[in-house]
Design a protein around this ligand. Sequence first.
Ligand SMILES: Nc1ncnc2c1ncn2[C@@H]1O[C@H](COP(=O)(O)OP(=O)(O)OP(=O)(O)O)[C@@H](O)[C@H]1O
Ligand SMILES: [Mg+2]
Length: 507
Amino acid sequence: MEYVIEMLNITKDFPGIRANDNVTLQLKKGEIHALLGENGAGKSTLMSILFGLYQANSGVIKVRGEKVEINSPNDANALHIGMVHQHFKLVHNFTIAENIVLGKEDTKHGFLKMDEAIDKIQKLSDQFKFNINPNNIISDITVGMQQRVEILKMLYRDAEIMIFDEPTAVLTPQEIEELMSIMKELVKEGKSIILITHKLKEIKAVADRCSVLRKGKYIGTVDVKTTSVEQMAEMMVGRKVLFNVKKDDIEIGNGVLKVQNLDIHSKEGKHVIKDVSFDVKAGEILCVAGIEGNGQTQLVEAITGLNPHYSGKIFIHDKEITHSSIRNRTLSGIGHIPEDRHKHGLILEYSLAENMILQSYFDEEFQTHGFLKFDAISNHTNDLINRFDIRSGRGEKTIVRSMSGGNQQKAIVAREFDRNPDLMIAVQPTRGLDVGAIEYIHNQLVKLRDQNKAILLVSLELDEVMSVSDRIVVMYEGELVADVDPKKVTENELGLYMSGSKRGDMK
Ligand SMILES: Nc1ncnc2c1ncn2[C@@H]1O[C@H](COP(=O)(O)OP(=O)(O)OP(=O)(O)O)[C@@H](O)[C@H]1O
Ligand SMILES: [Mg+2]
């Protein structure tokens, strides 16, 4: 039997949208099979059907040649199918071991056989060089480690078929490398893997074959070795994608954001930002580069007012905002695309329209005498949906939680760009987006800069840092350790600054 999984003619409808339209996916034993498609193309839906979270309206699933019904994740587990979700599903105050056995607790005389479980987990961890301690608490470990817990959860349940939904979107470059070798190790052990990712480089690096979806439809399956990145991108979006950002030199203006001697201690007393000073000028895209966890998050929290506990001064133009509320900072002309779109970007239970006016519902445009103007809000949202190509089932009325991850991100980007801020703080703005959407957002950032606005871009992606920014500062352990010109610096040199092996001059 060549195929371990066959999904044949799968169709799935949600209110207002056909998420999968007669889709076919065939997974060979021992292969890494990439699933590629634009935001909202139906990838997560298809995999949720295979994992028993959704039922298809029609179509057939065969596992090792046998036709099966998968009505719940328990059915999927019984068929040795496991899944690591786009947003992890771990209990944060439980230990690693407790999370892994959850739902599959073996007992003896009514008592949990925890010691045996811990033993088995440790063995699996050693076998795949995961380097975890089963007794650690989830909230104390890094995102990369949390992902390993999710993988261990699958191994603990003897999964033979493993689904990874955008596993690298939340990882650092180093962790991505490690995950790639883990995947190769897993297929060597005879596992079969379905990998969803927007990063074509990763597909090139690990996948054997790649199936492409576009707007819910199956486009085709290609052999990765003989297919170029450009060809895959074109299959996916239906047109050629430019991988380089087009940018002309423009005159740099006055400072828009000024940060002076910013110093922050975390709640635990750690010195997380150490006397940081810098400007972002009109007509400039300044990128803060660095490895995750070197103070970028705290820096942005201070400037946006999410955390007011710091010393030092912050100015927008010449107005001091050091002690201003978040709302007043927003009104002073700060736009913010936050790092965590679920925590700080959106209210998931609200509709798309409601989310589009979170910072402006009190504007005359949207209310009179305390009453919302629903027609105006609706028109405004539909305008953003069209301009930014936000795809969902029910348009402005869609509850944001049901939108695909990438389209949630596009909604935030639309709202923040539309406010036309003097300073745009964009933190990982293209995380989870397809190549077409990334191209679009990069062009929007450049357009904003060409209108003499200032952009503070925080990014972990070296490709993005190098192609979009006009100037790069590198953050390492809470300090700015270099200030460089992207046209002159090499990726290698940036890597040295980022890892703390080298220090440059601060201008
Ligand atoms: N539970 C749901 N209720 C209603 N609509 C849904 C639900 N889940 C998904 N959809 C819709 O189905 C379509 C496909 O979504 P899906 O999450 O499968 O996309 P995706 O290919 O994984 O995209 P992304 O790359 O952005 O994660 C989207 O338009 C989405 O709005
Ligand atoms: Mg998805």
